[in-house]
Ligand binder design. Structure first.
Ligand code: GLN
Ligand code: ZN
Length: 767
């Protein structure tokens, strides 16, 4: 019985690659230094898998930045502006595409399916020339081989690569990158003379190659599915003497795509995500080709929970009965890139919680243990320790809180709406707030200085007293409040100086959350996030923000926004428990935030912003599942504020503007005011309203991009506002930046906000 790992995290157990990359980029270390760190990481990962007994060990899942960018390099598909003239693509061009350079911006980045990983979007056009531009896959294979480890080289499949590409600048929007299939395949193919990638891998001794084709789980049309059939038929002759694995992941595979993938020519194995894809199991059971291997992804690559080995074994045994003992391979649901690296380095988590978890290094051991158990060599001690941990998690009083369970269950059957409609509420609020037309505000955070970070760090490490900490934060809030008054902003914020991170800050104060010391997951390039772990029923032992918000309000006579993170965002940016549906956990968080909202209101805060920056991120990949998600996500948001008075103004904020397709859900959130990222894509957002969607609540599409240090002029901002006024009612429009200001510097923020307020004032005189 064989075992397989789809892919492995690259960053290293202590983010070694991150630090090596950043010091190389800063010019502090050489390319050789960077390559050495990378090679050591790869060697230790391969060795770890070999020692664990994994049969199919992946190579080429390492990357200096991103595996899709690696594929762009392999195919020589470098956009012309980066000046590639042929030959092996080096660090210079590679990192220019990834991060930009002194004169050129980076290529666009977007989310990898529904994960928090971001890939570099290939830019293709009818004139794109493909050539074999990077031998990375082959050199990694050889590198492992030299260490005595035979690996399975992993390539992004040609069809997925094209489906994830976009038309290059200047190319018709209607251009379909998929039309380039015929030009891409030659680089993959076997050429006796030119020795392209498959030929080289074969010559180096590879016996299996893995093609990742996760787009197969999306809602594809017949034409797109046909491209898979065509591509693999064309590659078939190159595959002779090789075995080919097609790997899919992230969702149930649709029935049509299942038919396509199981009929592909020249393919010896197919991998499925059986954690997210529970319906895929039925497809396999009804029909699986007799000549192919089934790579059964039963160990979750996207979460940090220890596998329930007994239940996985049951699934595997049922599959074994269908495909046969020698054709079943135990695998992970997807690449382990999306989970944390190694539990061994966790000193912050207590032993009980630790016993419930498995990071990438532990998941490898799970995969192998399952494969051995199927082969009749069950490690009884390992299985019984696992069963004990599963049992302790089920029965632990730290996990279950009866009161919370009851309160969440009682939510059913009601949809929690404020009793007065939004326009009447806005009238009631205006009587109290007395704001000018085109009111100005900001999104919450102000620049995070080195000093501030130091104060928080020292307080956490108990190096300064609580009094000293409060005094320092108070001084910062005072500074931010006075600045906003000087700038003449209408609705103020306290600047969030006490927060490290908008989710962590709340997670640390809520019950049911745990925090790892090193549970980092790559987000993009060298950037990693450390999601909180939600292990138990969520409750709020005491107020979380009331102290700071009331302090800030006492410093000014202008309205001060209370600032909270919404339940859906807390959920989507955490590792969520897998022993109850996600929506139940979300409802529990909603109830906790509701208490906070009510305490803020009782303390005299009249405007409360509940950020739902990540609401869209949780949208399921498959259309058929989206309505259900949107329904409970929007419901969760409404739960937090359905009980406030008409005169309390509820704001929400979102960090993306591509919500044309979910606009009705956004309206259904029934917030009084929504502020949204907009300045990077004016037209897109406004087109929704131009198309006649009725929007009656307050709305503040960002008037300038906070991601850039550039300072927008008054005219430019006024121009933007005018464009919005053309499609939106004057009395609902707010004026604000795109997002929080925490990554900016004061010498950027002050002039930018000055110009923003000037623009609003200028337009007020013209109305
Ligand atoms: N209130 C948060 C801030 O201003 C919102 C951040 C976000 O939307 N990502 O920083
Ligand atoms: Zn934002």
């Amino acid at each position: 019985m064989a075992s397989h790992i789809v892919g492995y995290p690259r960053m290293g157990p202590k983010r070694e690659l991150k630090f090596a990359l950043e010091s190389f980029w800063d010019g502090k270390t050489t390319a050789e230094d960077l390559q050495k760190v990378a090679a050591d990481l790869r060697a230790s990962i391969w060795k770890q898998m070999a020692d664990a007994g994994i049969k199919y060990i992946p190579s080429n899942t390492f990357s200096y930045y991103d595996q899709v960018l690696d594929t762009t390099a392999m195919l020589g598909a470098v956009p012309a502006r980066y000046g590639y003239t042929g030959g092996e693509i080096g660090h210079d061009i590679y990192f220019s595409m990834a991060r930009g350079n002194a004169t050129l911006p980076a290529m666009e980045m977007t989310k990898w399916f529904d994960t928090n990983y971001h890939f570099i979007v290939p830019e293709l056009g009818p004139n794109t020339k493909f050539s074999y531009g990077s031998h990375k896959a082959v050199s990694e294979y050889k590198e492992a081989k030299a260490l005595g480890i035979d690996t399975v080289p992993v390539l992004v499949g040609p069809v997925t690569y094209l489906l994830l590409s976009k038309p290059a600048k200047g190319v018709e929007k209607s251009f379909s990158p998929l039309s380039l299939l015929g030009s891409v395949l030659p680089v993959y193919k076997y050429h006796v003379v030119s020795r392209e990638v498959i030929a080289e891998l074969k010559a180096a001794g590879a016996s299996w190659i893995q093609f990742d084709e996760p787009t197969l789980v999306m809602d594809l049309g017949a034409h797109q599915l046909e491209a898979f059939t065509q591509a693999y038929a064309e590659l078939e002759s190159s595959f002779s003497g090789l075995k080919v694995l097609i790997e899919t992941y992230f969702a149930d595979i649709p029935a049509e795509a299942y038919k396509t993938v199981t009929a592909l020519k020249g393919v010896s194995g197919i991998g499925f995500d059986l954690v997210r894809g529970s319906k895929t199991l039925d497809l396999i059971k009804s029909d699986f080709p007799a000549d192919k291997n089934l790579f059964a992804g039963v160990v979750d690559g996207r979460n940090i929970w220890a596998n329930d080995l007994v239940s996985s074994l049951t699934i595997l045994e049922s599959l074994e009965a269908i495909v046969g003992k020698d054709k079943l391979v135990v695998s992970t649901s997807c690449s382990l890139l999306h989970t944390a690296v190694d539990l061994v380095n966790e000193n912050k988590l207590d032993d009980e919680i630790k016993s419930w978890l498995a990071f990438a290094a532990q998941k490898i051991v799970e995969v192998n243990a399952l494969a051995k158990a199927l082969a009749g060599q069950k490690d009884e001690a390992y299985f019984s320790a696992n069963a004990a941990a599963q049992g302790s998690r089920k029965s632990s009083p730290r996990v279950t809180n009866e009161e919370v369970q009851k309160a969440a269950a009682a939510l059913k059957g009601s949809d929690h709406r404020r009793s007065t409609n939004v326009s009447a509420r806005l009238d009631a609020q205006q009587k109290k707030l007395n704001l000018p037309v085109l009111p100005t505000t900001t999104i919450g955070s102000f620049p995070q200085t080195m000093d501030l970070r130091r104060v928080r760090r020292e307080y956490k490490a108990k190096k300064i007293s609580e009094e000293e900490y409060i005094a320092a934060i108070k001084e910062e809030i005072h500074k931010v409040v006075k600045l906003q008054e000087e700038l003449d902003i209408d609705v103020l914020v306290h600047g969030e100086p006490e927060r490290n991170d908008m989710v962590e800050y709340f997670g640390e104060q809520l019950s049911g959350f745990a925090f790892s010391a090193n549970g980092w997951v790559q987000s993009y390039g060298s950037r990693c996030v450390k999601p909180p772990i939600i292990y138990g029923d969520v409750s709020r032992p005491k107020p979380m923000t009331v102290f700071w918000s009331t302090m800030a309000q006492s410093m000014t006579s202008r309205p001060m926004k209370g600032m909270l993170t919404g339940p859906v965002t807390i959920l989507n940016w955490s590792f969520v428990r897998n022993d109850q549906p996600r929506f139940e956990t979300c409802y529990q968080i909603a109830l906790a935030i509701k208490k906070e909202v009510e305490d803020l209101e009782a303390a005299g805060i009249q405007v409360i912003q509940i950020d739902e920056a990540a609401l869209r991120e949780g949208l399921p990949l498959r259309k058929s599942e989206q309505a259900f998600y949107l329904d409970w996500a929007v419901h969760s948001f409404r739960i937090t504020n359905c009980g406030v008075k008409d005169t309390t103004q509820i704001h929400t904020h979102m960090c993306y503007s591509n919500f044309n397709d979910i606009i009705h859900s956004i309206i259904d959130m029934d917030a009084d005011v929504i502020t949204i990222e907009n300045s990077r894509s004016d037209e897109k957002l406004l087109s929704v309203f131009r198309e006649g969607v009725k929007y009656g609540a307050g709305i503040g599409p960002g008037v300038y991009d906070i991601h850039s240090p550039r300072i927008p002029s008054t005219e430019e901002i006024a121009d933007r506002i005018n464009k919005m006024l053309a499609v939106l009612e004057t009395n609902i429009l707010w004026v604000n930046p795109d997002c929080g200001l925490k990554t900016r510097k004061y010498n950027e923020v002050k002039p930018a906000l000055t110009n923003m307020v000037d623009a609003a004032k200028l337009l007020r005189t013209q109305l």
